[in-house]
Design a protein around this ligand. Structure first.
Ligand code: FAD
Length: 433
C-alpha cells in the first residue's frame, strides 16, 4: 500500500533539528535585523549569520532545492516542502538555508537553461549565498498579461540593446544581476517572440528610478524597483536559453516559485494559529477563557481545518512534481495551491488578530503584516483570478459535452437506462415505478 503520511525517521530527525534551530537561532534575527535579509552581509550581520549558514551546511541542509551536481542537496520538492514549512516562520530563515525567493526560482532556470559559462558566472555565486538576483518581467502598464510587454531587445552586431520599463523588480537594489524578459521578435506571436537576458545590474543604462515600498515602508524606500532600461548593451552570451524561449522559461521558473511560496505560507499561517491558540488559553473575559467561547472555538476549528487541507494539498502537489518531474503536468495543482494560499493566510491571521483584541492591530504584533502578506500572495507570481482561469481550464479538459439534449445524470433517462439494463431480471418490481 503506497499511501503513507509519515516522514522517514532519519529526515524527521533533521526536521526536528531545523525546528529548534529556526526558533532559537534564526527567528531572533527577524527582530535584530528587520527587512535586511537582502542587504549584502557586513559587520555584525556577517559575524552572526555566516556561522549559522555554516551550521546549516554541516547538517547537509544548504540549498536543498538544487541538485548535488550544482552544490545543493537535491532533496526534491516533497522534502523541501517539509523543510520550507518550518522556514516560513521566519523572514531570515530562507536566507540562512539558501532557499530564498526569488533566487531559488532564478537559480532553477539558470540550472535548466544556462550555458556552462552562465552557470559559472551567476549560478555558483548565487548558490554560495553571496549574491542576490532579480526577476524583471512585470511592466508598469502590464503584469498579469505578459503578451502586452513592450520592453525590447534589438540585435546590433554581436550585442543586444535593451530598451523599456520594468516594474516591481524585487530586490533589484541589492541584486548583482537581473533576468530581463524582452521582446526580440515583434513580428511573431509573443509566445515565440520574447527572450530572457542575464544582465549585470551595474551595466550602463540600467536605471533604478524608484524603489517602490509596500504599505508601511517609506516612500521610495522599498525593495520593488521601477527600472528604466535605456540602451542597455549586453553581449550575445547574455541570452538565457534560446531566442524566443522566454515563455517556456517563465513557466519553469514560476511553477517552482509558486509552490515554494505555498510551502512557506504553511509555516506563517501555523505561526498565526499558534498565537491565536496561546491567546485563547491565556485571556479571560466575561466569566471564562477566550478558548471556552464558542465564537473563538469556531475561529480555531475553521483555522485548523483550512490549514490542514492546504498543507496536505501543498505536500501532495510537491509529491506530484517529484513523481512527474514536469511542472507543466502539475500546473493545475500548482495553480490551485496558489489560488488557495492568500485566503488561508488571510483568514487565519485575521482571526488571530481579532482574538488579540486591540493589541492584535498594533505594530507590536505581526498580524497586520501577515494580512498584507496575504494580499501580496494574491498578486506576486500572478493574480488569483488568472490562476483560477488556469485551474478551470485544466479541470474542464477532463470532461466532454453530453451528446444528447439532457444532462447525463438526468434522472428520467437514468431510470429508462436502468430498466433496459435489468429488464429481464427485475421486470415485476420496477413495473410499479
Ligand atoms: C510583493 C510583490 C513582488 C513582486 N515581485 C515581482 C518580481 O520580482 N518581478 C516581476 O516581474 N514582477 C513582480 N511582481 C509583480 C506581479 O507579478 C504582478 O503584480 C502580477 O503579475 C499582476 O500584474 P499587475 O500588478 O500589473 O496587475 P494587472 O495585470 O493590472 O491586474 C490587476 C487586477 O486585474 C484583475 N485581472 C487581471 N487579469 C485578469 C484576468 N485574466 N481575469 C480576471 N481578472 C484579471 C485581477 O484582479 C488583478 O489583480 C510582484 C508583485 C508583488 C505584489
Amino acid at each position: 500500500m503506497a499511501w503513507d503520511f509519515e516522514t522517514d525517521p532519519e529526515y524527521q530527525k533533521k526536521l526536528d533539528w531545523v525546528s529548534e534551530f529556526v526558533r532559537e537561532e534564526v527567528e531572533p534575527l527577524d527582530y535584530l535585523f528587520p527587512h535586511q535579509e537582502y542587504v549584502a552581509l557586513d559587520g555584525a550581520r556577517r559575524r552572526i549569520i555566516d556561522p549559522l549558514k555554516a551550521e546549516v551546511r554541516r547538517q547537509g541542509l544548504w540549498a536543498t532545492h538544487i541538485g548535488p551536481e550544482l552544490g545543493g542537496q537535491g532533496f526534491g520538492q516533497l522534502k523541501l516542502a517539509l523543510l520550507n514549512e518550518i522556514l516560513g516562520r521566519s523572514a531570515w530563515a530562507p536566507i540562512v538555508f539558501g532557499t530564498q525567493a526569488p533566487d531559488t526560482g532564478n537559480a532553477e532556470i539558470i540550472a535548466h537553461y544556462g550555458t556552462p559559462e552562465q552557470k559559472e558566472r551567476y549560478l555558483h555565486p548565487l548558490l554560495e549565498g553571496e549574491m542576490f538576483s532579480t526577476y524583471s518581467m512585470t511592466e508598469p502598464h502590464a503584469g498579469a498579461d505578459p503578451t502586452q510587454f513592450k520592453t525590447q531587445a534589438v540585435k546590433d552586431g554581436e550585442e543586444w540593446v535593451i530598451n523599456g520599463w520594468k516594474y516591481f523588480s524585487s530586490n533589484a537594489r541589492s541584486a548583482s544581476f537581473l533576468i530581463v524578459m524582452a521582446v526580440t521578435n515583434p513580428e511573431v506571436s509573443p509566445y515565440k517572440g520574447m527572450s530572457m537576458f542575464l544582465v549585470p545590474t551595474d551595466t550602463a543604462g540600467v536605471n533604478i528610478v524608484r524603489n517602490v515600498g509596500l504599505f508601511g515602508e517609506g516612500l521610495n524606500d522599498g525593495s520593488h524597483a521601477l527600472i528604466h532600461y535605456e540602451d542597455v548593451r549586453v553581449p550575445e552570451e547574455a541570452l538565457l536559453g534560446g531566442e524566443g524561449q522566454a515563455f517556456v522559461i517563465a513557466q519553469t521558473r514560476l511553477g517552482g516559485g509558486r509552490i515554494h511560496h505555498g510551502m512557506r505560507t504553511i509555516g506563517l499561517a501555523q505561526k498565526a494559529m499558534d498565537m491565536m491558540c496561546e491567546r485563547a488559553l491565556s485571556r479571560e473575559t466575561a466569566g471564562s477563557m477566550l478558548g471556552d467561547k464558542q465564537f473563538v472555538q469556531g475561529y480555531i476549528a475553521d483555522s485548523y481545518a483550512q490549514l490542514a487541507q492546504f498543507r496536505l494539498f501543498v505536500l501532495y502537489t510537491a509529491w506530484e512534481i517529484d513523481k512527474y518531474n514536469d511542472y507543466k503536468r502539475v500546473r493545475k495543482d500548482i495553480a490551485t495551491a496558489k489560488v488557495v494560499m492568500p485566503t488561508v493566510l488571510h483568514d487565519i491571521a485575521w482571526r488571530a488578530m481579532q482574538v488579540h483584541g486591540a493589541l492584535g492591530t498594533t505594530n507590536e504584533m505581526p498580524f497586520m503584516s501577515m494580512v498584507l502578506g496575504a494580499g501580496v500572495m494574491g498578486l506576486a507570481d500572478g493574480p488569483t483570478e488568472v490562476h483560477k482561469v488556469t485551474v478551470a481550464r485544466q479541470v474542464l479538459r477532463d470532461y466532454r459535452p453530453t451528446d444528447g439534449m439532457w444532462p447525463t445524470e438526468w434522472i428520467p433517462g437514468k431510470i429508462d437506462a436502468a430498466r433496459a439494463k435489468y429488464a429481464d431480471l427485475v421486470e415485476l418490481e420496477v413495473g410499479n415505478l
